[in-house]
Design a protein around this ligand. Sequence first.
Ligand SMILES: NC(=O)c1ccc[n+]([C@@H]2O[C@H](COP(=O)([O-])OP(=O)(O)OC[C@H]3O[C@@H](n4cnc5c(N)ncnc54)[C@H](OP(=O)(O)O)[C@@H]3O)[C@@H](O)[C@H]2O)c1
Length: 226
Amino acid sequence: MTDPLAPGSALITGASSGIGAAFARALAARGYSVVLVARDGEALDEVAGSLGVPVRVVVADLTTHEGLDRVEAELDGVDLLVNNAGATTYGELGEQDPDDLEQSVLLNVLAPTRLTAAALRALPDGGGIVNVSSTAAGRDDPAIATYAAGKAYLETLSRAARQEGVEHRIRVTVVRPGRTCTAFHERSGEESGHLPAWRWQSPDTVAETALAAFERGEDEVTVAPG
Ligand SMILES: NC(=O)c1ccc[n+]([C@@H]2O[C@H](COP(=O)([O-])OP(=O)(O)OC[C@H]3O[C@@H](n4cnc5c(N)ncnc54)[C@H](OP(=O)(O)O)[C@@H]3O)[C@@H](O)[C@H]2O)c1
């Protein structure tokens, strides 16, 4: 791709729901063909069916080596990678199931690390990477310790990747959403149903604001409710 703003092909992880599905809709509306990645094939098919552009569905668990190998291979021919898949458990570090802690690190740290590195090798000149962090990145909150630390890691990694990408005009934009109305909170076990509407934003707002920032060539964007 010679013009970084010309729509091409985008791979979105965590595209079966929430912010990832919103990225798929926003990129399809811009004329991108999309590769949608997540574990839930039925949910991915549902998102795919609504887009009206060429779609490839890749069912993969990003906490496994096999899943990561498969998704890395899918980056050939892609112009834009959106590292969006992520999850947290909610509860104090010392109380958590060790397997849950490991899954959190594999998904929030190892997966975007491997995919960012693979994208730097695979993307054409003028390509791009959008890494979805959080306003919780770096927060010293024991309830989300691995998640907040993992997002801080992702931001540091992204700054290094941005420098590495300069030679090939590969742009790296970090997106920091605040509280967004998706399945994320229920999945984490956080009790947030009592929070007022003004504390929430829509996943479409996040995806649209993130892509606008990417298109303007911005390094980072925070998208918070209110
Ligand atoms: N919602 C918020 O308030 C908020 C705020 C700040 C940042 N974020 C970030 O936004 C991103 C998207 O979250 P969301 O709010 O849209 O939550 P979500 O609706 O729960 O979406 C998470 C996505 O990640 C995928 N995923 C989870 N585990 C996976 C695995 N092992 N392998 C592959 N895919 C996996 C899920 O698909 P499957 O279950 O089908 O695999 C789903 O598509 C995350 O990185 C999150 O940290 C969210």
